[in-house]
Design a protein. Structure first.
Length: 319
């Protein structure tokens, strides 16, 4: 913009009223300065693309009006109105954004809570799946330890509360449970609960406790289910007990002669003993006073049980 620069203007291009008393004349106006100011103002009007009024238009463009003295004021008002509208729109937008962000925060908070719950659920599922991977409820395992095995109970005939192991108690009751009297329940009689889960039957405490089977010293045998291996297979169910038995052992001797008992050969578990305590082994012909049966001459024997070759472990059941 053009500043006044006539000879009577101040050194910093300002107007002055002058002071005739001391010989300072007022600032002399020039056509160049007026034309510059006029150009600035007219350019403002002619360059405006707002809506100051149809009366100020000519051919679609705003022109200077010789009769109007408020075109610039209209422009200022319109600009202020535009700024106010823009500011209000921005406030409305910001308010909407704040509301949206607040809703998003609430949603995110809910999502966080949901995700936290999902994490807890997933953690529980992982624990459950891990438990299922390590064994389903009722699964029996052998372990080379006498210590407690996490997630399992030792099959030693111990008593437990139903509330302490509800899943195992329910599984046992549904699959192989047997309800007996309180008196029988507490008897120290392993033969009563060797292979069966027992529940106490009481008027006041129905199925409050249950007793595990007692597998100590027993072997497990896979249920035959028509396999034709177990001779008692057709009569057996899960956790049914089969008593011990020896495979049949047979032998024979052939006595002959009229001078007492003469053994003409013996086989298997038989032996002939004579008065001189000489023994007639297989293939020998000796006079004998007694025929003895002893299957230890044929197989390995024990004093009071029949057993396969084995190693000792402990049996546990998944709860």
């Amino acid at each position: 913009m053009h500043k006044i620069n006539t000879s009577t203007a101040t050194s910093d291009n300002r107007f002055t009223d002058g002071d005739f008393a001391i010989g300072i004349p007022p600032t002399q106006l020039s056509a160049a300065w007026f034309n510059a100011v006029q150009g600035e103002l007219t350019n403002l009007v002619e360059g405006w693309n707002g809506t100051i009024g149809e009366a100020d238009k000519e051919g679609g463009n705003y022109v200077l009006s010789q009769t109007s003295n408020n075109q610039i004021l209209k422009i200022i008002h319109e600009k202020l109105s535009d700024l106010r509208t823009e500011l209000q729109n921005q406030i409305t937008t910001n308010a909407a954004n704040i509301a949206t962000n607040t809703a998003n925060i609430a949603t995110n908070t809910t999502n966080i809570a949901t995700n936290t719950a999902n994490i807890a659920t997933n953690t529980a599922n992982i624990a459950t799946n891990t438990a299922h991977v390590s064994g389903l409820v009722g699964t029996i395992i052998y372990a080379a330890t006498t210590d407690n095995v996490p997630g399992y109970l030792k099959l030693n005939g111990a008593k437990y509360g139903v509330a302490d192991y509800p899943e195992l108690a329910r599984w046992a009751f549904d699959n192989s449970g047997k309800t007996i009297s309180d008196y029988a329940f507490h008897l120290d009689r392993p033969d009563l609960y060797r292979t069966t889960f027992l529940y106490r039957k009481s008027i006041f405490e129905r199925n409050t406790y249950f007793r595990l089977p007692n597998f100590r010293g027993l072997f497990l045998r896979v249920l035959d289910e028509g396999g034709g291996v177990d001779v008692d297979g057709r009569r057996r169910d899960i956790l049914s007990e089969q008593n011990h038995a020896d495979q049949r052992v047979m032998g024979f001797f052939n006595p002959s002669g009229s001078y007492g008992l003469i053994v003409n050969g013996n086989t298997g578990p038989f032996r002939a003993e004579n008065v001189n305590r000489n023994y007639a082994e297989s293939g020998d012909n000796r006079y004998g006073g007694r025929i003895e049966f002893d299957n230890s001459r044929v197989v390995s024997t024990s004093q009071n049980e029949t057993r396969p070759k084995n190693v000792s472990v402990c049996a546990y059941i998944k709860y």
